[in-house]
Design a protein. Sequence first.
Lengths: 600, 268
Amino acid sequence: MRDGDVSLVRRAVNAGLIGGAAAIYFAVVGMIQRFDARVVIYQVVTLGPGLLFVVYFITGFLAGRPPAVRHGEEPPPPPSAASTVGRGALAGGIAGALTAALLLLGSAIDMRSVLVSMTQPLLDILSFDQGAGLGSLVEVLVGGVIGLLGAALHLLPSAIRRAVIVGLSALALVSLMEPLLGQVMRNIFASTRFLLFDPTWLYRGGGLTRVGAIIVFVLAAGISFFWATRKEVIRGRVGALPAPQRQAGKLVAFFLLAALLFILPEILGSFLSEVIGTVGLYVLLGLGLNIVVGYAGLLDLGYVAFFAVGAYATAILTSPAAFTEGPFNFWTALPLVVLITAVSGIAIGAPVLRLRGDYLAIVTLGFGEIVRIIAISNWARPWTGGAQGILRVPDPSIGVELPFIGGPELNGPESLYYLIVIACIAAAFISVRLQDSRVGRAWVAMREDEQVAEAMGISIIKTKLLAFVMGATIGSFSGMFFAVKIGSIFPHSFALLVSIAVLSIVVLGGMGSIPGVVAGAFVLIGLPELLREFAEYRLLIYGAILVGIMLFKPEGLIPSARRQLELHEEQYEEEQYEMRRGPSDEGAPVVAAGGGGDPT
Amino acid sequence: MSLLELHGLSKHFGGVKAVERVDLKVDDGEILSVIGPNGAGKTTLFNVVTGFNDPTAGRVIFDGQDITGLKPNQVTTVGIARTFQAVRLFKNMTVLENVMVGQHPRTKAGIFGAIFRPPGVKSEEERIRDHGRKMLEFFGDRFPWKMHNELAAGLSYADRRRLEIARGMASNPKLLLLDEPAAGMNPRETEGLTALIGRLRDELGLTIVVIEHDMRVVKGVSDHVVVLDHGEKIAEGSYADVAGDERVIEAYLGKKHEDTRSREEADQ
């Protein structure tokens, strides 16, 4: 046995142990049993054992990785197919064995006094209803086989491997999105009677049908494969189109998107519209924080403060239950609310002007809590209502009869949805415009090196305050919509967790990236709303997603162009070096010969 | 007429007298070199002039105006730009953006301008861009157009130094302070830099103060040389005057005989 083989086997054993630990953890915290209620493919697999299979699969995949190529060293010869598959099976088998051990232990001793989730139903799931003895053997076998399949991915050409991974992920996603997609299909089918939208071919019993699963997998994998092989050709063709045509294409895409956003509440129905509205609130918050953190690099952990100020200002100004008895309606209050939060942006920004990095984060964290504690305090009770909050925040009705359409009814989740969408589009537009402007450059310069930015004539005080004020203003809109959406506000809605969620959205999506914020809000806010079974494990999954993103895609889901360059700097610098070295290998003397030596 | 005057400028850090009662005059359109051994207070002198450190005593007069104690951004606004000893670019901005930031104190667009982009802001933005490109073109073929949108982090060391100078130039200063611009450059690049500093004065009409250790640069560019040691000005004059000055040689090489002997004794 060669040296390399030993280390590869050791790695496989490690992967197996970690996979086994993960499987045991999921079982012990009760996820597997809880998720068993969720069907993935009807009468084939539920999410409970499905989760175990995913663990084994990833374990096998990790164990089957070829040895890493060290920089500047000869790449070792790739391991044989048998070795790759064997390691996968070994790792999967070890993970399965650990799970089996838990099964045997659980059936021998009653552990429920310590681990409440170790119940008979869980043991039945782990043993595939075969009893502890036979079941543990099956568990090891299943682990080994799935681990083997995971490792076998490495034997496929990369385009196909990617297609398989995409296909499997799509299958999981489409299945988990059943509450959303099924409802959408039912709604469309009800009005069009178009057979494609009859949900019964795709979904059954809360999961995919077997046919549906196959279709989804083949379709997603096919598209991925097609894109992988034809990407360059398509990009080339689009690039070759004359500018006006490309412009027209963009315009058409924009209008299609607008039209989709417009009819979305019709398709979704009121429950899902409300979910989308909540996502929209977080998109707004994310866009606001993105300016503070993503553009200006000021790590604000108390962003919820602006959200709270916006919501409280709206409630106090408009609610008949507030001490002011609501002299304003939503629209007349709007400019005042914006003004109040802008001032609060200065109020919070001013004391932290001299702080940077960690210190700024800690102080803003404190400010976020201060706002909530003031709102809940007895002292502010006459104004904020204390723990009882402020009730009866009115809907944003216009209260004017317009010609032809009459007084538009702006209440209920659907109409609020439109307002939120418009605000999100406006905020995104503002973000885009700011990014590429004098102010935007000053923010980035300040983020890069505060001292040098100052030496370039940038007033740090003004620039920092501007970032806080912009962030506060956008956040205040979210607070306003939140107040009218819920119809009442309570201090506990403005906990630290909101700040963390918004920051997670920005980081997950990609700092400084606007599409990233939207994607992040859908993943972190939208999905948990749809997957109610997951509610208990929401923070656990949050954490796992964030750790995963930081490890594998630190630039975020949809990185901004700048961040992408930053985090792949090393690779980028190498490419630059290669590019420069390419044509003139002799190096310096050629350059000295004149401008012509500089490769262009 | 003198553009910059320092009157009895001192900067103490606790008991350390980094700069001690320095008087200095920089004439309009001249190139002045500040030399001295390591720790002589050259960079601190720059920091005090540009507002990074407040002086312990003394005054800084620029263009007839007292700028003592102004903030760094205000100093840049009145017309003094600088580079840093350790290159400090905005690494994650592109080459062009780095230079465009230089125009910040000369332009006005604010939040509303950025969002609504009225014609005035649009043309200002274009002016900033054109000005930036012009600054880069000053370096000939060092910054071809296709490099303008690359990240500054990807530049070679000498190009980073050049870009820092370009960024300083971009703020339309009257006075440019260069802190060891030739550090880390090879002889050929140093030669190019010497020519560049001359061109900055001749073509852009800049007054330049340069801190430099490389005597070829000092000899090549200076109208006038000032020598600092332990924060104090110990000599002043043309390169030839200064190079022959006893105190200067002493500051660089140490006193002959007695000094070395006494140090050896102290070591034992």
